[in-house]
Design a protein around this ligand. Structure first.
Ligand code: NAP
Length: 249
């Protein structure tokens, strides 16, 4: 696919899936703006993109802080201009008994994973409406929006919230030709893929564990300007894990 006409903003892009998305979009010719609270790896990533002939930028931003987000948008407008694709990827996972989870910890998860999606999308779509840009938003949810292990209440709620927020925003923004979709990754191994065991791979219907590139391909599909019949949707990228029926024999 060709993203040479696009500029993409990716949150939480210094590591993991976001990093993979940044490299993949850059390889397809997009201008890539990354933000994260991890400055060291963010700057390394941009160096890597530029070494490979791509066009990359990094800005430090804590997505739980509304003031930092507003400042980020002002800086991007001054230094780069508008962008056409937003990937709300930043997220934390924290697993702890609901009886021990403090209110501050609950809020940290919800503000990082869910509130940031609303704030970035609101500011972005405001700019797109003003400039008549047919923008595309992808929000990173999780298969944990649909299935659970114990002690994952905050994370599951934040990801379920993202899926609901996605179709609500798709409805609100449709008159401005802005599309909003989400992706629910399953197990995406972002480091040391070679250390995975056979049983890690073989529990998937796909017979392998996921990689950031698998999520990138789904993002490409959802953000391609030509795919304008897809909005408000959630795409599960999990090697079939949530379709697998499990009976203990
Ligand atoms: P990751 O490797 O931990 O990367 C997340 C990045 O977001 C890190 O660079 C992290 O910085 C940054 N970040 C965290 N809190 C932030 C904040 N408040 N402000 C700015 N940046 C922040 O995670 P990942 O596995 O790539 O996951 C990426 C997204 O996919 C998340 O939304 C996650 O829930 C979702 N997901 C992942 C999987 C999976 O199997 N990997 C499965 C389903 C869904 P620090 O390193 O400094 O914290």
């Amino acid at each position: 696919m060709n993203f040479t006409e696009d500029t993409v903003l990716i949150t939480g892009a210094s590591n993991g899936i976001g990093r993979g998305l940044a490299l993949s979009y850059a390889a397809q010719g997009a201008k890539v703006i990354t933000c994260d609270k991890d400055e060291e790896h963010g700057r390394q990533l941009v160096g890597e993109i530029r070494e490979q002939g791509g066009n990359g930028y990094f800005y430090s931003c804590d997505v739980t802080d509304p003031q930092q987000i507003e400042k980020l948008f002002t800086t991007i407008e001054e230094e780069i201009g508008t962008f056409t694709i937003l990937i709300n990827n930043a997220g934390i996972s924290s697993f702890k008994s609901m009886f021990e989870l403090e209110i501050e910890e609950w809020e940290e998860i919800i503000h990082t994973n869910l509130r940031s999606v609303f704030l970035f999308s609101k500011l972005t779509s405001g700019i797109w409406k003003e400039n008549n840009i047919q923008g595309r938003i992808v929000n990173m949810a999780s298969t944990r929006a649909f299935m659970s292990e114990p002690d994952s209440e905050g994370y599951a709620a934040s990801k379920g919230g993202i899926i609901a927020l996605t179709h609500a925003m798709a409805a609100s923004l449709s008159k401005d030709s802005i599309r909003v979709n989400s992706i629910s990754p399953g197990w995406i191994q972002t480091e040391n893929y070679e250390d995975l065991r056979d049983k890690d791979h073989l529990q998937h219907l796909s017979n392998r564990t996921g990689k950031p590139e698998d999520v990138a391909k789904a993002c490409f599909y959802l953000t391609d300007i030509e795919n304008d019949f897809v909005t408000g949707e959630n795409l599960v990228i999990d090697g079939g894990m949530t379709r697998k029926m499990i009976y203990e024999h």
